[in-house]
Design a binder for this molecule. Structure first.
Ligand SMILES: NC(=O)c1ccc[n+]([C@@H]2O[C@H](COP(=O)([O-])OP(=O)(O)OC[C@H]3O[C@@H](n4cnc5c(N)ncnc54)[C@H](O)[C@@H]3O)[C@@H](O)[C@H]2O)c1
Length: 325
């Protein structure tokens, strides 16, 4: 039977859960957004409101931006009447009504019972195996038996989480790895655990392919269960080399970033990217991948370890490879 997804439960209203709830609601899905405490759920709702307002102001100034670009390029100047006519033609497809309708589709809650009728549950709680296993073990008995369960883990083995479920539900469990910020990054790595059925994989790929974020159609990609999955594996190797270039003083930190932007077409330099993601997060992911690959993936470089030990995690602490104070 083809999976029909109308109601989605998003568990964890933190960074990823709130973004996912927003994108799903914008696509017309009914969303139940659950966290353990009211203040976390409300925090998630506040971030969703603010993101939808940003989308609204981006859309509402779009016509003027287009006109200015055209004037700049061609030297043509529009009269106020022509501007007004163009504004009407280029009227945004997202307005207050749509924003409010999206918000109204999200039900914030702290109660597991509110998830019982959903068609799909996506978990985005803390990156701890025992927490995720406990959560899915509990939801297995509480949520409708036909619902598909997914984890948004970045680094934990999907199959290890899958084991917490009953044998029937294991077939309906998979990894759906979204990227931060979901509103503008459309990739979703779709990962089968040991017991995931092909039907579940196909269903979820189809469901995701029908979604759009603020800018693009979502892009599901099948990836084998492997440490770091695909993007973080490739990105991790690149960041590792950039950290070593920093450590060996191959170039000044700013120049490492300039080199990769100007010479390799990167939109951001590797060191500023690392400061944005969080050096603690990258450090722990590298340690984890080193251990899981039995040393095939390298240990984090000493320079990264020293920054993390000193409490310099990047933007969030005001200092990392660069100073943000
Ligand atoms: N932040 C990223 O860039 C990113 C990107 C891709 C994937 N991920 C993955 O997504 C998951 C969530 O990451 P995040 O950055 O959103 O974390 P976060 O810390 O911002 O949010 C996690 C939320 O989960 C809640 N939570 C904890 N236990 C819970 C439970 N039992 N039931 C309900 N809610 C619970 C917490 O209260 C918190 O609000 C992690 O597995 C992470 O690896 C994160």
């Amino acid at each position: 039977m083809v999976l029909f997804v109308e109601r989605v439960g998003v568990v964890g209203a933190g960074t990823m859960g709130a973004q996912l709830a927003e994108v799903l609601a914008l696509n017309g899905k009914q969303v139940v957004l659950k966290d353990v405490e009211e203040r976390f759920v409300q925090g998630g709702m506040e971030r969703i409101r603010s993101s939808l307002n940003q989308l609204l102001s981006f859309q509402q100034t779009k016509a003027d931006r287009e006109l200015e670009k055209f004037e700049e390029k061609t030297g043509v100047r529009f009269s106020p009447e022509q501007r007004e006519a163009a504004r009407k033609t280029l009227r945004p497809n997202f307005d207050e009504k749509r924003r409010d309708a999206a918000l109204a589709r999200i039900k914030p809650t702290t109660r597991d019972e509110d998830l019982k009728d959903v068609d799909l549950v996506v978990e985005a709680v803390v990156e701890k195996l025992d927490v995720k296993r406990d959560l899915f073990g509990k939801l297995d008995t509480q949520v409708n038996a036909s619902a598909v369960f997914a984890t948004n883990t970045s680094a934990l083995p999907v199959s290890d989480i899958q084991e917490a479920l009953s044998p029937r539900r294991r077939q309906k469990f998979l990894g759906l790895h979204f990227f931060n910020p979901i509103q503008t990054l459309p990739l979703v790595e779709v990962i089968a655990g040991r017991e995931t059925s092909e039907e579940t994989m196909e269903d979820c790929i189809n469901v995701i392919a029908q979604l759009r974020n603020h800018r693009y159609p979502m892009a599901p990609v099948r990836v084998k269960e492997t440490p770091g999955f695909l993007v973080n594996r490739v990105l991790g190797a690149m960041l590792h080399e950039a950290f070593r270039c920093y450590e060996e003083r191959i170039a000044a930190p700013r120049d490492v970033d300039i080199a990769m932007k100007a010479g390799a077409g990167f939109p951001m330099g590797p060191l500023e990217l690392a400061d944005m993601v969080g050096l603690d997060v990258i450090y722990h992911a590298m340690v984890n991948t080193h251990e899981r690959t039995k040393g095939q993936a390298p240990k984090p470089p000493a320079a990264l370890e020293a920054l993390v030990r000193a409490g310099h995690f990047g933007r969030k602490t005001g200092k990392g490879f660069f100073d943000y104070s």
